[in-house]
Design a binder for this molecule. Structure first.
Ligand code: SF4
Ligand code: SF4
Length: 100
């Protein structure tokens, strides 16, 4: 069973920085992503909001494969700061998982 960390979203970034809660799961970001990153942000950011830390850690490869090109962001109808969120996730992984 997955462990839930109720403070996970706060650990990743301030609410105004990690603004994934506006996502309405429309799928546009996945459709336009040149890397075909299906997980970002629809599932991954949701994992953060739900406190599913281990699921985020298991998807670290996906988080590092993002090009930060912002194609997704430019087409997101909800104005989610996707690239900035990915940066926050990388910062978290570097610190917490890889001890960098
Ligand atoms: S395009 Fe925006 S609103 Fe749609 S799934 Fe992606 S992040 Fe969510
Ligand atoms: S910023 Fe990342 S997730 Fe968004 S379109 Fe570019 S590669 Fe895909």
């Amino acid at each position: 069973m997955a462990l839930v960390n109720p403070n996970f979203a706060e650990e990743i970034g301030k609410p105004e920085a990690f603004n994934a809660s506006a996502c309405m799961n429309c799928g546009v970001c996945s459709a336009v992503c040149p890397m075909g990153i299906e997980l970002l942000p629809r599932k991954l950011f949701r994992y953060v909001l739900l406190g599913l830390e281990d699921k985020v850690q298991k998807n670290s490869e996906t988080i590092y494969s993002c090009l930060l090109c912002k194609m997704c962001e430019a087409n997101c109808p909800a104005g989610v700061h996707i690239a900035e969120n990915v940066r926050s996730l990388r910062y978290y992984l570097n610190k917490k998982v890889y001890n960098l």
